[in-house]
Design a protein around this ligand. Sequence first.
Ligand SMILES: [Cu+2]
Ligand SMILES: [Zn+2]
Length: 249
Amino acid sequence: MLTLLCCGLLLAARESVTWILPGSGETSSALALPNSDLAEQIRDMHNKVLEIWQELGRRREAEAGSMEAMHAVCRVQPSSSLAAEQPRVTGWVLFRQQAPGARLEAFFDLEGFPAQPNGSSHAIHVHQFGDLSQGCDSTGPHYNPLSVPHPQHPGDFGNFAVRDGSLWKHRPVLAASLAGPHSIVGRAVVVHAGEDDLGRGGNQASVENGNAGRRLACCVVGTSGPAAWARQMQEHAERKKRRRDSECK
Ligand SMILES: [Cu+2]
Ligand SMILES: [Zn+2]
């Protein structure tokens, strides 16, 4: 970039020497200056551009050094509008994003699902409002800032397999973001009783919410420090190690 700027300046300088004002037959005022003055002006200009460029570089380095990953937590609670016989799902959803525009990662750590012999599958989405005043029912429809059909909403996290009543899953690439105009901070994560049909259900609800059924549990996404994520990462590594060890025996 700097090279381009310098080349541009040199070209401009060369042209100002030979440039004739159109229609006037007169040379430009730059030509009225002796060549040495012109060279000096160009050198000054070059030095100023260089200074500005170096200052920009210093600022960019300082910003990159101070840029920290963004984190968010969501403490999942059973919906207060749930009937007594419904399962009480609790747990955490943790988010991390290294920078605005970078991919979003999440940990889902939930328990309290009905323990079915063959397991079950449950949809999880980001809904529009962080309003739990009527339990999960007041979180509104799927968060849909670009007015696109389901399952293209940024918070369409899809289906999660539940074994023995709980799920524990790391998703490394999600479309949602913790930054920018479409940030999910302050919005709700909703855990459903059923499976997401991913828009293939053949009815209107399918392209709005995936026919995922009752809202069992939910939470509001809030910004956080890195501690919760770091703990979860450590546990993730330990669980992996335990699994490897047990497979090797
Ligand atoms: Cu949903
Ligand atoms: Zn959706």
